[in-house]
Design a protein around this ligand. Structure first.
Ligand SMILES: Nc1nc2c(c(=O)[nH]1)N[C@H]1C(S)=C(S)[C@@H](COP(=O)(O)OP(=O)(O)OC[C@H]3O[C@@H](n4cnc5c(=O)[nH]c(N)nc54)[C@H](O)[C@@H]3O)O[C@H]1N2
Ligand SMILES: Nc1nc2c(c(=O)[nH]1)N[C@H]1C(S)=C(S)[C@@H](COP(=O)(O)OP(=O)(O)OC[C@H]3O[C@@H](n4cnc5c(=O)[nH]c(N)nc54)[C@H](O)[C@@H]3O)O[C@H]1N2
Ligand code: SF4
Ligand SMILES: [Mo]
Length: 889
């Protein structure tokens, strides 16, 4: 039952066991093979047999082994800042929740959970809240992620069903990627698409994204749409589908409702709001209409919008009208973000769902689940959605809150209000692997959870494939599995029998049996065929696509022959009209703020920032801004800029690039107070939500941007973590220790004292090279003649060979203060290839000296791009002579 357990097949083997598991990052859900070395190390390779990746891994998956160390791990419960026993911590949690419910009713408490919980964890949390506490106040970070897709699917299909499979992307003749940076966010699926395109160059790729990304570079056509205008574009497509007579009249007659109203609404639309040139629009329409096998993939550029649900339905409308759904190489395809985003939706982790795709507001569904759980009480209405849940906490209406496996003080919009709401809430519990997250710091009780390499359970990926995660590492300290923590609280609250779980397999069996009831209601999610798995069979479970009904066989895909889950079994087309994002640029806040992900960091960086390799790709928080906008606002390359909205302000490094549109800026979502002074981008985002899905508009706030004009800039390297005292700092691990970028508005009077405080080093020799006229300095600190830390400052953004400076730690002499290596020692520059740690200068030099013209030739010459392949899009870009990041080097 514990994470130390291995699949039975491998038990007793004399050699180091190799255990199959699933990558804990994105929703591609790649299979991994884990080989623990028994001394805390873990080797991770791609699983050749897993149908999601067939052995491939991206940069993050390849670096998983570097994130499992115990540095910073929380090893015991914490109550009011002090270590506590499990008994006292869980008694306190149970008592406080019970007392709050007794005094203020079940709706005065809430759980905020995560698409990174395993299905078994999620099931128990949902059961405790909805079945036993009797409130629906359980919501998940999937509200920020997949909620618009869930709403769109339910409106069109009657359930939250993904009709297709990954192979559809490979079999299609046209793949349209809408609001998806697949190259960085679903890299292995991107690699599968890139390989298919290489094998069959006729496969056309269209990318619809206001910003030009690594994904756009694969596309035959990139449409830089006006942010938020996707409904107008797909309405136009729908109108053209009718005009060009490619409606599948037979499919529509038999399987679709709402056709006429949808067409009428689409015909009344105005495609000019997309800002696209008519020729571009025509090319897109020709591609989409001209190939029957078309897959429309969509992600956060669609979902994180106040018209997100409409965007989803606008896409689905086109597939329903043409009958291009559920057949090989065709269909709308939502790629999910988190490893178990799908599993969470299946167990009913959202405040408006029940379990197994049953509906909370349907009395029959409710009664069936209540009976199955022998539950005392079931809520009859949906609970609070994420944004409202934290508002209610801020207003004192939620008095006890339990946050599991997510970091809302960073990832929610209006993040300062969220932070204040958590701080003000009477009783806050956080379950996490680390006590130092921005959210955990605010908790009354912090519970140490096991991490992915230690725990057992299942996850479901974007294509409905259920895979096992298998624990191979010993459980550190007193950490416990999430399901176990939740069940223990359930027992302590008085429901001993309902939460008497001994293992994840027992929970899975119960869940699979419940899905059989959903199957009887004619719902799609039925895995009752797995409800008899014993421990051995659960341990040996191979990747399995749902549905898996007890009786009969299910097909690979949904809806090719209709069979929707609506009352009349028809797929619904919706009448939709374009709505612009809620906030409009003004003179005071003239820029549209887009946010999203970078290649090598995962969300709030608690795990990926442990890997020095991953942290070198883009080493500090940045703002992409168009060259003309930079000029207009007086921003020079690599300046520190202040980005402000009515809700907050951040300081970021300017990255001037024509990859963003004029008037739009882009910032990564990843940086937290743990890694930067002032870069929680959620603090400037307005918490405006989609009226149907409740998903916040994460990509279309409005802000002002101005140069911050610091008095000095700095760069520092140190063997140990630093304690920066500066208006701007961003710190990240390097291979040799830590590296930091700094800037401040006042110059310290004594640079040596400043450096010693920064590096926490009062002893040892210091070499200070002062530029007294400009009030600047370079400082090197030594211990026993060996360099332990160095600080470089300048009036301008500091020109130092970063990698070289990092590598000088541990060497003798103060030569590092030159900031540049000698002629015999080339500076590799900022990392592009994380696997082989190859910098941009090395790549540019190789291209120039050896006259390389293809990504393959770069690989042959210097290995870059030959392992995980995540950097191949960037290698192609470098070859094309574009986008050399100014910020990182
Ligand atoms: N490296 C990495 N990979 C990840 C993650 C990570 O943290 N790091 N997180 C995972 C998770 S949880 C998720 S949800 C996925 C997200 O995966 P994606 O959705 O691919 O990633 P994002 O960068 O959030 O946004 C995608 C694109 O939407 C574009 N966009 C913004 N506004 C609009 C618009 O109005 N219309 C259109 N068409 N496009 C727009 C943005 O410019 C951006 O390039 O990634 C998963 N994979
Ligand atoms: N501005 C902006 N904001 C966004 C987005 C955006 O595009 N732009 N995207 C949104 C999206 S799509 C998402 S999915 C969210 C993600 O945002 P979050 O969910 O807040 O981010 P994570 O860093 O993944 O948080 C997971 C936390 O769980 C902890 N953890 C890891 N494994 C376990 C475990 O097994 N058990 C427990 N108990 N804890 C564990 C980690 O240490 C970490 O603190 O961000 C959203 N916020
Ligand atoms: S694509 Fe990368 S992050 Fe996503 S599951 Fe595969 S290895 Fe993990
Ligand atoms: Mo997500």
């Amino acid at each position: 039952m514990d994470g130390s357990e291995l699949p039975l097949a491998q038990k007793g083997s004399a050699q180091a066991p190799v255990v199959c598991s699933t990558c804990p990052y994105c929703g591609v859900g790649c299979g991994v093979k884990l080989s623990p070395d028994g001394a805390g190390g873990l080797q991770v390779r791609g699983d050749q047999t897993h149908p999601a990746n067939y052995g491939r891994l991206c940069s993050k998956g390849s670096a998983l082994g570097e994130t499992v160390d115990l540095d910073g791990r929380l090893l015991h419960p914490v109550v009011d800042g002090a270590a506590a026993s499990w008994d006292s911590a869980l008694d306190l949690v149970a008592e406080r929740f019970k007392a709050t419910i007794a005094e203020h009713g079940p709706d005065s408490v809430a759980f905020y959970v995560s698409g990174q919980l395993l299905t078994e964890d999620y099931y128990v949390a949902n059961k405790l809240m909805k079945g036993f506490i009797g409130s629906a106040n359980i919501d998940t970070n999937s509200r920020l992620c997949m909620a618009s897709t869930v709403a769109g699917h339910k409106r069109a299909f009657g359930t939250d069903t993904v009709p297709g499979r990954y192979t559809d992307l490979e079999e299609a003749d046209t793949v349209v990627l809408v609001g998806s940076n697949l190259a960085w966010c679903h890299p292995v699926l991107y690699q599968r698409l890139a390989a298919a395109k290489k094998a069959r160059p006729g496969l056309r790729v269209v990318n619809i994204d206001p910003r030009r990304t690594a994904t756009s570079d694969l596309a035959d056509l990139h449409l830089s749409v006006e942010p938020g205008s996707d409904v107008a574009l797909f309405n136009h497509l729908l109108a053209q589908i009718v005009r060009r007579d490619v409606v599948d009249a037979d499919y529509v007659a038999r399987h679709v409702s709402g056709f006429d109203a949808a067409i009428a609404a689409a015909a009344g639309g105005d495609v000019s709001v997309t800002g696209l040139h008519p020729d571009e629009i025509a090319e897109f329409v020709d591609s989409w209409i001209g190939t029957e096998k078309v897959v429309t993939v969509f992600s956060q550029g669609v979902n994180q919008s106040t018209s997100g649900s409409d965007k989803v339905n606008a896409i689905i409308n086109c597939h329903l009208a043409t009958g291009r759904v559920g057949r090989p190489g065709m269909g709308p395809f939502s790629v999910t973000g988190q490893p178990n985003a799908m599993g969470g939706r299946e167990v009913g982790g959202l405040a408006n769902m029940l379990a197994c795709h049953l509906d909370i507001e349907n009395a029959d569904h409710r009664a069936a689940v209540q009976e199955f759980w022998s539950a005392p009480e079931m809520p009859t209405n949906a609970g609070l959605k994420a944004v409202d849940m934290f508002r209610a906490a801020g207003e004192g209406k939620i008095k006890a809150l339990w946050v599991m496996c997510t970091n809302p003080a960073v990832s929610l919009p209006e993040a300062n209000s969220v932070r204040d709401a958590i701080a003000a809430c009477d009783f806050v519990v956080v379950s996490d692997m680390y006590a130092t997250t921005d959210t955990a710091r605010l908790a009354d009780v912090i519970l140490p959870a096991t991490g992915w390499a230690e725990k057992d359970g299942t996850v479901t990926n974007s294509e409905r494939c259920i895979s096992r995660q298998r624990g191979v590492m010993p459980i550190p300290g007193a950490a416990r599995h999430d399901w176990n923590i939740i069940a223990d609280v359930g027992r302590r609250m008085g429901w001993a029998q309902a939460f008497d779980y001994q293992s994840p397999s027992e929970i899975f069996r119960e869940y699979a049996a419940l899905s059989g009831i959903a199957g009887q209601f004619g719902r799609d999610f039925d895995i009752s065929g797995l409800s008899d798995l014993d421990q051995q069979a659960y341990d040996a479970l191979q990747p399995t696509y749902w549905p898996v009904p007890k009786q009969g066989q299910a097909g690979d895909r949904f809806f090719a022959e209709g069979g929707f889950f609506t009352p009349d079994r028809k797929g619904r087309m919706l009448a939709l009209t374009h709505r612009a994002p809620v906030a409009s640029p003004t003179a005071e806040f003239p820029f549209r703020l887009n946010t999203g992900r970078i290649r090598d960091q995962w969300h709030t960086m608690t795990r990926t920032a442990k890997s020095a390799r991953l942290s070198q790709h883009l080493a500090e928080p940045f703002l992409e801004i168009h060259p003309l906008d930079a000029q207009g606002t007086g921003i020079e390359p690599a300046d520190i800029v202040r980005v402000e909205s009515p809700y907050g302000a951040v300081l970021l490094r300017a990255l001037i690039t024509d990859r963003v549109r004029r008037g739009s800026v882009f910032a990564p979502m990843h940086w937290t107070s743990e890694f930067a002074s002032s870069a929680r981008i959620g603090t400037v985002i307005r918490a405006e939500t989609d009226p149907v899905s409740g998903q916040p508009e994460g990509k279309a706030s409005v802000v002002s941007v101005a140069p911050a004009k610091p008095a000095w800039y700095g760069f520092a390297v140190s063997a140990d973590r630093m304690a920066p005292d500066a208006a701007y700092w961003a710190m990240i691990p390097s291979n040799e220790g830590w590296r930091a970028e700094l800037a401040d508005f006042d110059r310290p009077a004594d640079w040596e004292a400043f450096a010693r405080a920064l590096f926490g080093q009062t002893d040892g020799e210091a070499v200070v090279v002062e530029d007294a006229t400009r009030g600047l300095a370079r400082v090197a600190l030594f211990r026993d003649g060996v360099l332990t830390a160095a600080l470089f400052t300048d009036k301008e953004p500091v020109q130092v060979a970063r990698k070289y400076a990092c590598s000088a730690l541990g060497a003798a002499g103060a030569g590092v203060l030159a900031g540049r290596p000698g002629a015999d020692q080339p500076d590799p520059g900022a990392t592009v290839c994380a696997c082989f740690d190859i910098g941009i200068n090395t790549i540019i030099a190789a291209i120039a000296e050896r006259h390389l013209t293809t990504v393959e030739q770069i690989g042959e010459a210097i290995q870059a791009g030959t392992n995980c392949g995540s950097c191949r899009p960037e290698l192609a870009t470098i070859l094309a002579g574009m986008h050399v990041p100014q910020a990182a080097e």
